[in-house]
Design a protein around this ligand. Sequence first.
Ligand code: 4AD
Ligand code: MG
Length: 453
Amino acid sequence: MRTLIKHALAATAPREGVTVKGWVRTRRDAKGFSFLEINDGSCLASLQAIVDSAVTGAEHLHDLTTGASVSVTGNLVASPAAGQKWELRATQVELIGKADTSFPLQKKGHTLEFLRTIAHLRPRSNLFGAVFRTRSRLAHAVHQFFQARDFVYVHTPIVTASDCEGAGEMFRVTTLKGNIDEKPEADFFGRRAYLTVSGQLEAETFACALSNVYTFGPTFRAENSNTARHAAEFWMIEPEMAFCDLAGDMDLAEAFVKAMARHTLEHCAEDLGLFEKFVDKGVRPRLEFVVERPFQRVPYAEAVAILQKSGKTFEFPVEPGANLQSGHERYLTEEHFKSPVTVFDYPRTIKPFYMRLNDDGQTVTAMDVLVPGIGEVIGGSQREERLDQLLENMKFQQLKPEDYWWYVDLRRYGSVPHAGFGLGFERLLMFLTGVGNIRDVIPFARTPGSADF
Ligand code: 4AD
Ligand code: MG
C-alpha cells in the first residue's frame, strides 16, 4: 500500500515497509548509495530516500533523474540530517517513468513568466504545489463557511441569455456559421446565448424560495483588460440572502473574508510559510491583522472626498460620480485606512439595474470590499425589491423588462428585501497568498490572447 509523503512525514514512530511514490526532485550520488529527494505533491516537503546501490532496482538509479517517477519501499527512520524528521532507508526502488534532460524544471529560480509557458508542469514546483493545495483547501472552506450557516448551494447555469451586469462583456455561445446575428432564432438554443458573467439573477430566484443560498462556479468576462487581476475565466462565490439589507450584506462579506484568512492561517500553515519566504514577507501579519481587526466602512462620497484631500497624483484623476480606479481603491485600503474597507452607496449611474435605489434618488445600496494589495475583492448590493422601482431602474439603464420577465416576477409574487455579493475566488487567493498575478493562482489562465492548454 502506498503512503502519501504527507502521512509518512507525520509519523510519530519509526515504521518498516513504507512505500512512497512520487517524482524525483534531485538525486545525489555518494560512494555505494544515493540520496533521492521525492515529492508527491501531498505536502510541500519532500521525503529523502537513501538508496544503497545493492538494493533491488538500484541498477536503474542512473535513470532516476529530476522529473522521473519512482516507487520506493523502505524503513522510515529518524533522520540525522537537519530540517527533516524522517528519512526512508530504501529496501526496494522502482523506476516508473523516465524523464530525460529536457525536463524543464531542472533548476530553481525560473521566472513566473517562464513557468506560465509550462502550465502543465508547473504544479510540480514548490510554489505552484503550494498555490494549488491552498486553492483546494480554500474551496473547501468556502463550502464549510456557508453550509455551517445553512446556506443552500445552487448550481446556476453557465450558459445564459441574460447579462447580469449589463456591461456587455459576455462571450457569445453559438453553433451558427457566418453572420451569427442574421437569424439568432435558428441558433442552438433558439436565441442568443452567452457564457455567464454572474449567477446572481438566478441565485436571487432561489433565495426567494430557500432563504439563504450561494453559488460557487466558473464565470466569464470578455473584458479586454490585460491586468494582473483580471481573467476572462474566473471562479465566483455569490451568496444571496432573503430578508436581508445592505448592513447584513456587509456583515456577511466581512465575516467571510475573515473566515478565509483564519482558515489559511490554521489549515495552510506549511504552504503559507513558503509564500512568506518567497512571495510576500508581509502575508502572515496581514492575515492576522484581517482576522483580528474590524473592517472600516465608508460611503462612496466620503471615499471620494478622502481621495481628493489626499494630495496624491493618481494615474487616473479622482472624478466624483465615476468608478473608483484600482489606484484609488488601493490608496484607500493601503494608505488611508490601512485595513480592509467596505465602500458603500455608490452613484446609481455607475452601477447595474438590480441595485436598490436609496431615498436620495441618486445613490444605490452597492458595496465593494477593498483589501490591501488587490483593491476590490467583493462587489455586492441590496437588490431592488420594489416592482415599480425595478422597472424604473431598467428604463434608466435602457434595458427591456421583457428580457428579464422572470426576474421581474420575483417582485410580483411575495417580494422581499434581499441582498448578496460576489467574491472573485482568484482575487481572494491572491490576497491570502501574496501571489501578485491572477495567472498564477488559476491552474490554466484564460486571458485576452491566451487560452493555451
Ligand atoms: O463586482 P462584480 O462585477 O459583481 C457581480 O458580478 C455581482 N453580480 C455579484 C453579486 O452581487 N452577486 O464581480 C464580483 C467580483 C469582483 O469583486 C472581483 O473580485 C471578481 O468578481 N471579478 C473578477 N475576478 C477576476 N477577473 C475578472 N475579470 C473579474 N471581474 C470581477
Ligand atoms: Mg465590481
